[in-house]
Design a binder for this molecule. Sequence first.
Ligand code: NAP
Length: 407
Amino acid sequence: MTENSGNIVYSEDGNLVVPDFPVIPFIEGDGTGPDIWRASRRVLDAAVSSVFGDKREIQWLEILAGEKAFNQTQSWLPNDTLEAIRTHRVAIKGPLTTPVGEGIRSINVGLRQELDLYSCVRPVKYIDGIPSPMVRPSDVDMIIFRENTEDVYMGLEWKAGSSTAQKIIDLVKSEDGRDIRPDSGIGLKPISRFGTQRLVRMAIEYALEHKKESVTIVHKGNIMKFTEGAFRTWGYEIAQEEFGEKTITEEELWEKYDGTIPSDKVVIKDRIADAMFQQILLRPAEYGVLAMPNLNGDYMSDSLAAMAGGLGMAPGANIGDGIALFEATHGTAPKYAGLDKVNPGSLILSGAMMLDYLDWKEAADRVRIGLAKAVAKKRVTYDLARQMEGAVEVKCSEFAEEIVLQM
Ligand code: NAP
């Protein structure tokens, strides 16, 4: 296949070129995956067709991962699947079972690392009428850029008593004179300048493009100085080196601009992770774009999602340079598999992010409008219905039809 042949999305001078009938691979996912994928595909196709008529259409291509892949190919994540995503550059997936057992890696982590999808992007924006524990949930409008390839999630861990664990314990003693208890399991937490700076760069570019007021670097650098602390230092460094004209620090905001953010600048600030968990609850309006290492980002993404409707409504994407995999952020919810019951909102909104990424923004907006109106009509799936007074519980597929009707 040549780069620009037919219906393949390709990259030219760093920009994505999207044909009118792009082939987009999808992984339907395990458990409730097929239910929410069917619902999502219905909504995405309807949005594209309602905006572009017969001028544009996604050509869906099924690729395998998870249980379906294992049953057919004996591999949880076949090479063909990775190759198809590399070739087509944009793909979408439902949730996948994480096989339990030693030596088997999470498929999600595998996809992120194999394809170098270094940024996990999770927007959290409150939709009117969604149940929320917040007093003023409409203040919640944040987007997390979580580093996806480093930190303790690299899987560099050794069992207590193993020879590698022992060697590291011995090395620390001989190099640093410090004792680690001999019965310790050992894990490594690598955080690099390269990994940090490409992530923070993506967050700043997003803030500039979407006219967000600030990018907050979230870290635990007061304790872990050479990993999380370095993440902070390298984050400020790239802001200064590559975006010096367009960014200011919080100190500069007060010293030079008397606390008023100039319309053409983005404020770069940083917060310690534990304090940040308070900030997102107490002062969400002060934060727009958040950049953080892998583990902090994992926790904070779910915490933020809970403030705006829970995991059933939280979209997400894993993005690298010129390649992106959009995904439902929740798991397979196996007890509801095949019941046409769960909320497809997460995958539908991830699909809207995908349409944005393809620069089919009117179709993306159509999806969000349809979903917001369906919620306003209180015709929602069980997870929302049980928290909304006067709501009518509808099935997963019926929720999708309501969205299509409302768009
Ligand atoms: P889960 O599948 O996310 O489900 C936990 C609970 O969250 C469900 O019981 C349900 O709560 C609620 N929930 C999840 N999806 C929902 C939806 N679409 N609509 C409404 N409610 C939803 O987490 P898990 O049970 O811990 O994990 C199950 C499997 O998924 C595991 O194999 C895990 O490894 C995998 N997993 C995959 C991904 C991924 O592919 N990205 C992410 C996380 C976990 P109620 O019962 O209260 O209604």
